[in-house]
Design a protein around this ligand. Structure first.
Ligand code: PMP
Length: 307
């Protein structure tokens, strides 16, 4: 296998030169924040496009601010490093980009004070589809979604993903494809790594930021596409569990998952149990814009090889 390179505290280095100690606070307490970004390979253009890099890095910086991690770079600089890293690795395939910042302090103790051992790194993972399935059968989790005054989902904190992982594990053990988490108030929140939408009576509905969701970048794009390309009204409002059962369509959105139909919730078919029409149109529109096939959205893409 060819060498892979990562970004580590300002430099691009061979991945094998980087390691994390078992003493590190990020290993022991999950004291870190991360992002998930995609770069899309276009066969037509023979180009790799970083998608919404600035939006992701702005969210990364905001996450870091909340948990007192110091990142000495702007969103623009982090985007530039990412392009450089993608070039250095030379990938000509759709790739997942994982920026991560963490406390690498090696003394025992749970503090997030001080910045001496803060690390900022980026690694890459070629990734086509995130999961095997084309359509998802989901289970409402018995695990409750963490809240903003517990472990804020908005921060995309490493530790918070144990909540996601427990929900996914429970769903998969019960024979479902994925979980849906409710928040403390019993309202629909999101999937373990994706936002959720329902389509009902001609309107697209998704939970508001105040319902303890991660404000997804794909979620924003989906709402923009629905409004501007399909002329569909979008509403951000709390969704009750039974609204999932009675929706005309349910679907997920997320960087890894992209746009994916949910056809069954807790063993109950959503409408006729087939992928929804609106979801599939949005999925296609999303694929077009991420692969550079729609001029109107070209400014959300940053070419890596820059022809
Ligand atoms: N919710 C959670 C919990 C997530 O981890 C993600 C993935 N980042 C999303 C929603 C979707 O966000 P985005 O569209 O920005 O990837």
């Amino acid at each position: 296998m060819d060498k892979s390179y990562v970004f580590y505290n300002g430099e691009i280095v061979e991945e094998e030169k980087v390691s994390v100690s078992i003493r590190s606070r990020v290993v022991n307490y999950g004291l870190g924040v991360f992002e998930g970004i995609r770069a899309y390979w276009s066969d037509e253009d023979q180009e790799l496009y970083g998608f919404k890099l600035i939006e992701h890095y702005k969210r990364f910086l905001q996450s870091a601010k909340v948990v007192n991690l110091k990142i000495d770079y702007t969103a623009e600089e982090l985007a530039d490093f990412t392009i450089e890293l993608l070039r250095k690795n030379g990938y000509k395939q759709t790739t997942y980009i994982r920026p991560i910042a963490y406390k690498d302090t090696k003394t025992v103790g749970v503090s997030i004070e001080g910045h001496e051992d803060d690390v900022v790194a980026i690694y890459l993972q070629p990734m086509g589809k995130y999961m095997e399935q084309e359509e998802f059968r989901v289970k409402v989790s018995s695990w409750v979604r963490i809240a903003d005054n517990m472990l804020p989902p908005r921060t995309k904190a490493t530790a918070g993903y144990l909540n996601s992982a427990l929900a996914s594990l429970e769903a998969k053990r019960a024979g479902y494809d994925e979980a849906v988490l409710l928040n403390r108030n019993g309202y629909v929140c999101e999937g373990p790594g994706e936002n959720i939408f329902i389509y009902k009576k001609g309107k697209l509905i998704t939970p508001p930021a105040s319902d303890d969701i991660l404000e997804g970048i794909t979620r924003d794009v989906v709402m923009q596409l629905a409004r501007e390309e399909l002329g569909i009204e979008c509403v951000e409002k709390s969704i009750a569990r039974t609204e999932l059962y009675n929706a005309d369509e349910v679907f997920f959105s997320g960087t890894a998952m992209e746009v994916a139909p949910v056809v069954e919730v807790d063993g109950i078919k959503v409408a006729d149990g087939k992928s929804g029409e609106v979801c599939m149109k949005l999925k296609e529109l999303f694929a077009d814009i991420t692969h550079g096939r729609n001029e109107k959205y070209k400014d959300s893409l940053r070419p890596v090889y820059g022809k």
